[in-house]
Write a protein that binds this ligand. Structure first.
Ligand code: DUC
Ligand code: ZN
Ligand code: ZN
Length: 469
């Protein structure tokens, strides 16, 4: 079975060209001069459109247990929504809970995902309980193609690790060539500020954003960098939101350290203002929080993407319903009267590729090539999947998005495919949109119709970080 994508402009991180793309089976097998006849190939006309690598979202939380409930997207619904939005690979986070083995967490998440995903998927593992056994099991995880481990400086009593625990895991990562991913917020200081705010009667969602100070993200980022430098492991700061944290990453990179960072669409488009408006603000509660626009975080993040001080845009997709849900029960409303009980997280996996195109290319902040690089190529390299994923080249998986720059559409909970009852971008009209999606050569989205099925996605064992200096 072969497919020829004709008349489009192929965009990779390295440049753009008018070329027809031949797909045979699951792979790209040729880039051809436009108009080359290929007998028996099914043609897809991409005239006037961009032909780009499928997106990789390297930070999702399908079905994550959090704050007494679960993220509302299952692997089935969340990966389908991702496909609608031009993402053809996710890397989700398996969780090692306290008292549990690290590989038990991995196996549990494989059981949730296997046979249910619409697109290809891999796992990082959250190291939730550092001890002799879990450090040994980091070696075993590497054998399963898990080459990155997330740790938390936030959420004391839940996911939090002490500096000593973090340092031990970093030493193990250094031995193995693994990458440590860090949620960098000083959770101990934040908990003091939460208690003080609640004691003053400051219970609205807005105060979630007020107490989680950007300086505490900067401080934790600095600490994580110094610990990783000493241990000698690559460090990837997740969901960077604050200019203080960006300055730390920039300095580390200028010093030649293997320090990297992602940001997310919510930090590029939304702000502390969205957390206002009474309990409606719960829709926007995530950590780190949305930042004060007037402090200049957003512009700093956009310019960090332009200068490669930030390398990746992922989503931290972790949706919860706003209203009570017949099956999931109370989610965001668990925090009525106490912002600290609002489950943290936003829906986002469906809109990353389009939002970044809108803010970057349509609004002329970044080039087309850079859009592809931050949404697909660098995520693939950072997490050991390149060139299987993240590019359009002979031998690569035929994960291909045909993207229509002329499309305009309005984001809304009425039309999105994520399993949540609100959109953080309700009413936002974006320029450009996903038209057609192939996943390993199979047409899974065309003519506004989803053609795939659960189980199409395959587990991806990953190599080591391919982005090291
Ligand atoms: N932040 C969120 O907003 N949700 C899930 C976990 C996290 O770190
Ligand atoms: Zn996090
Ligand atoms: Zn996360």
């Amino acid at each position: 079975m072969s497919t020829l994508i004709t008349n489009g402009t192929v965009i990779t991180h390295a440049g753009r060209q008018e070329a027809d793309v031949l797909v045979e089976g699951e792979k790209v097998t040729a880039l051809l001069a436009p108009g080359t006849a290929i007998e028996g190939a099914e043609a897809i006309d991409a005239a006037g459109k961009y032909v780009v690598p499928g997106g990789l979202d390297v930070h999702t939380h399908m079905e994550l247990p959090f704050g007494g409930t679960f993220a509302s997207d299952s692997f089935e619904t969340g990966t389908r929504a991702a496909a609608w939005g031009g993402t053809t690979t996710i890397i989700d986070f398996a969780v090692q809970a306290k008292g549990q083995g690290l590989m038990d967490g991995y196996e549990a998440w494989r059981a949730k995902a296997d046979g249910n995903c619409a697109i290809d998927y891999g796992f990082h593992v959250i190291v939730g309980d550092v001890n002799e056994q879990s450090l040994k099991e980091m070696d075993i995880a590497m054998g399963e193609g898990v080459t990155s481990f997330k740790m938390f400086m936030a959420y004391p009593g839940v996911f939090y690790s002490t500096d000593g625990e973090i340092f031990q895991a970093m030493q193990k990562a250094s031995e193995n060539g693994a990458t440590i991913m860090m949620h960098a917020e000083n959770g101990i200081a934040i908990d003091v500020l939460i208690a003080q705010a609640l004691a003053r009667g400051e219970t609205d969602p807005l105060y979630h954003g007020v107490v989680r100070k950007s300086i505490l993200e900067g401080e934790a980022t600095h600490r994580a960098i110094r610990l990783a430098e000493l241990a000698g492991c690559p460090l990837y700061i997740v969901h960077l939101s604050a200019l203080e944290a960006l300055a730390e990453v920039t300095n580390a990179r200028d010093d030649g350290l293997n320090v990297f960072a992602e940001t997310c669409p919510q930090y590029l488009f939304l702000s502390l203002d969205d957390l206002g408006n009474g309990f409606e603000g719960a829709k926007y509660v995530c950590s780190p929080p949305l930042r004060d626009r007037a402090e200049g975080h957003q512009e700093a993040l956009w310019s960090g993407l332009a200068t490669n001080d930030l390398q990746v845009v992922s989503t931290d997709h972790c949706p919860f319903c706003f209203e009570d849900h017949p099956e999931l029960g109370r989610q965001k409303r668990l925090g009525e009267g106490d912002f600290s009980k609002i489950p943290n997280g936003l829906p986002g996996v469906e809109h990353r590729v389009e939002l970044v195109y809108h803010g970057a290319v349509a609004e002329e902040r970044l080039t087309l090539e850079r859009w592809v690089e931050v949404c697909a190529t660098t995520p693939a390299r950072m997490f050991g999947l390149y060139p299987q994923k993240g590019t359009i080249a002979v031998g690569s998986d035929a994960d291909i998005v045909i993207f229509d720059p002329a499309k305009r559409h309005t984001l809304s909970a009425d039309t999105h495919h994520m399993r949540t009852d609100y959109s953080c971008y309700e009413g936002l009209e974006v320029s450009g949109g996903v038209d057609t999606v192939l996943s390993r050569g199979k047409l899974i989205l065309a003519d506004n119709e989803y053609l795939g099925k659960k189980g199409d996605g395959r587990y991806l064992p990953r190599d080591l970080n391919q982005y090291l200096v």
